[in-house]
Ligand binder design. Sequence first.
Ligand code: 5AD
Ligand code: SF4
Length: 438
Amino acid sequence: MTIPAPKTFQIKSFGCQMNVYDGERMAELLEGEGMAAAAQPGAADLVVLNTCHIREKAAEKVYSEIGRLKRADGSRPMVAVAGCVAQAEGAEIPRRAPSVDIVVGPQAYHRLPALVADAARGRRGIDTDMPILSKFGALPARRRQGPSAFLTVQEGCDKFCTYCVVPYTRGAEVSRPWDAILDEAKALVEAGAKEVTLLGQNVNAWAEQGRGLDALIRALAELPGLARIRYTTSHPNDMTEGLIRAHAEVDRLMPYLHLPVQSGSDRVLKAMNRSHSTAGYLRILDRVRAARPDVAISGDFIVGFPGETDAEFEETLKIVEAVNYAQAYSFKYSPRPGTPAAGMDGQVPEQVKDERLQRLQALINEQQLAFNRATVGKHTSVLLERAGKKPGQLVGKSPWLQSVHLETSASLGDVVDVQIVSAGPNSLGGAALVRAAA
Ligand code: 5AD
Ligand code: SF4
């Protein structure tokens, strides 16, 4: 079946923040070709599934998404599979799902317009090359932006944790050039961004000619109009003294650090090839907290890694207790095809993983609620990002990345002074403060 050249598109992004960023850039690219976002998602001529491969049944979910794209009258949109499942599965995708017209990996999506043109001529395109930097060079400048923007500064990973597909789907660690990042940040601010979150699978490994992420953050902090800077995700081994000092010295760098430890057991960390110990991780957090006492710590955990014993899982609960997280993500280990851990002995039964996950999440939720409650009464700033459900209500983020709901006559994109008046597990209530005249 040949599908005519699309006029409208829909991009569905799954998974991490980098996929959200990639999705925005693909949208800008397609708009640059004269296409428009479909007014109703179901009506798009082209659907791009921007997929994630990191956990459980990723590929299966993509195939069922593809199946659902068929319309009631039997027709279907042009279908492109992008993202990490595209990279991992490649030509296998159209073999299993013949209605897929385009397969494009995360480092090749700048070629999407050419692939769409080919597909409209009946030629299926598969592009899973990995020319990371040429992608950025070929993308159009940023045009639209809400108050908070993502900006990819680093991509890929050389760490090869034994459970993880990222080094295979996103490729080797690459840092984008300094000038390209500053130019993109300026364009984002001009387009309305007040906050930029620097993204990378190992964002704190960003480096150029001896300069590290801390130097980049200090340069961005000089940009007029940019009120807030964040970065994610970091690896403990790349947490340099300079970056820790930036947390003490750069006001615009928000007091929040996402630093995954994955497990509280040194034996498991070794089997994961994490190349840091629990003691080393805790020492880093001590230094970060000394630099910025109010910093909110967040992390990632995997339960049920192959060979993880009950006692080793208890050690994970212990490190969570020792850290006291403001927020954390936890996952059941899922064997990813092609990764070393998938073939390891001692795979943990599903039911055991479920129980461990529940216990871990209960502890994390307790800590998150306690962290939120501790902010009640505080005066702080909130960047207003979207409309709330109630009339006159806006929702924004505190410096510690908590959602704050408040009634205010201020506008989206404003940074307002707020007193926190209530706290739930996932959000806070705030009251706008009127700044006293100087
Ligand atoms: N199984 C479960 N969780 C995983 N993660 C990465 N790979 C796997 C896997 N195979 C988690 C890690 C990582 C987060 C992004 O996803 O905790 O930090
Ligand atoms: Fe995956 Fe480990 Fe690299 Fe993070 S550091 S992307 S978990 S291999």
